[in-house]
Design a protein around this ligand. Structure first.
Ligand SMILES: [Zn+2]
Length: 113
């Protein structure tokens, strides 16, 4: 996958990075990056612009004070945002089912913009 190619490029840089660096993907450190989560779905976000490093993830997991960074909170907030976006799309899809073929065509034209 393209993402893994990116990871290879990133890991050489990652060795000089600390996991608190803003270039490092916090969602990846804490759990799963939303960019990985929605791969090959309509919700696909494309490759993550930030650094995914297994090494930094391990460092983060082993950090006794990791709670103080608040990454967990950021992660939950981020995921919430994506879940809301998903729900919104499901809503749109469901409303589409109640429409006439003409209305569906109009909706599709709007959504595919
Ligand atoms: Zn990421």
């Amino acid at each position: 996958m393209g993402e893994q190619l990116m990871g290879v490029g990133a890991s050489s840089r990652a060795s000089q990075l600390s996991f608190t660096d803003p270039k490092v993907c916090r969602s990846f450190l804490v759990g799963t990056c939303p960019h990985d989560l929605f791969t090959n779905t309509k919700q696909d976000l494309g490759p993550c612009p930030k650094v995914h490093s297994e090494q930094l993830k391990t460092e983060y997991e082993n950090d006794k004070d990791k709670a103080k960074h608040g990454f967990d909170y950021d992660y939950m907030r981020d995921l919430q945002k994506y879940i809301e976006e998903c729900n919104r799309r499901i809503d749109v899809a469901q409303r589409r089912l109640e429409k006439t073929p003409d209305e569906i065509r109009q909706t599709n034209a709007l959504v595919s913009n």
